[in-house]
Design a protein around this ligand. Sequence first.
Ligand code: S3P
Length: 449
Amino acid sequence: MSGHGAALPMTSHKSGPLRGQADVPGDKSISHRSLILGALSLGETRIQGLLEGDDVLDTGKAMQAFGAEVINHGGGAWSVHGVGVGGFAEPDHVIDCGNSGTGVRLIMGAMATSPIAATFTGDGSLNKRPMGRVTDPLALFGAQSYGRSEGRLPLTLIGAAQALPVRYEVPMPSAQVKSAVLLAGLNAPGQTVVIEKEATRDHTERMLVGFGAELTVEQTDAGRVITLTGQPELRPQDIIVPRDPSSAAFPVCAALIVEGSDVLVPNIGLNPTRAGLFYTLQEMGADLTFENMREEGGEPVADLRAKYSPDMQGIAVPPERAASMIDEYPILSVVASFAHGVTRMHGVKELRVKESDRIEAMATGLRAAGVTVQDGPDWWHVHGLGGAVKGGALAATHLDHRIAMSFLILGMGAREGMSIDDGGPVATSFPIFEPLMAALGASIARTSE
Ligand code: S3P
């Protein structure tokens, strides 16, 4: 499946019990950062379990355009020969980040304090998304950007020749913005300080420390204060990419809504900045257990076991949990449709500026499938039907992988199945979604064939 080609209509049907083991691919956030930090260190970084989805592959190509050597050794093993902090070369072509907000925002940060220019573009989804949230703080370092209105792509960024360190309070909960500022701070002299009111995923901080940067995190009344000392020499690393909890969410949630299911999803990182969905599901009464809890590479890891859960109840999801499950609201809204009572999701304005407006995209498709949904600027309520979801509609996926997968999962539990207009974008984050779900017993097909 490719997010760049012709639309790929797909349908899923009410499925028999889902059973077996789901080995989901590597973490998307950590895969992007492995390639970028590998490119910014001097020498060879080796990566195992890289997510070979379109988003990450686009970041790999971009790192090559900036002068790093990125080699695929097969079987999920990759290496990056980095050029060091401040060593990026000027690309001789436009950098196409495809569908990936993470890719483009982190790469803009990584180049913003080098005296080079680069032009960035993306697909129809990415070129609609706000980039001012990144170019504004990068301007404080001395970088200049020339984009379309509201800073949208295509955009040319001219890195600062003599960067200044920055103190920046991130105005919205965004790991991408935080990370862009930290990556820019790498090639600025002195200390760059980033303050975030609410904790967002902390992979950049953890990995920068792993690559040898001097970085401290302090919890204060103003939030998390992250201080990075600029111009370190990053040391190449051997990285084992953990499996992606955001991808694990799909087989887990499918098992909860499909009668008779029992699915094991092994080796999932439960970093507290990522695991909010699983705690939310447990609070709803899902039969979801964490087996073999352990620590790997300083992160909590468990095997997730999910079983059919016909008695789930809607809850009010605590808004302060939003950042730790921000990519999981679409699939949560599907589970909420099958639960009893109302699931209330508040403090989720950021969902409106993801790969699509995810509240709008899910609300429209859910309503077509017979579910009552109310929504406002930063909230939505899903009225559960206690398992009796009709389905039988065609949902528009708006070039958004998580919308596509969410509606295909809905169809596996709904009376009349569910169709989507385009499953192509699934390849951005979960290229083995179709065979993995089919092997569990899901009835899922490309309708154009
Ligand atoms: C990501 C951060 C989040 C998330 C995205 C991945 C990252 O975006 O939605 O899928 O890897 O830093 P925001 O920073 O826009 O919240």
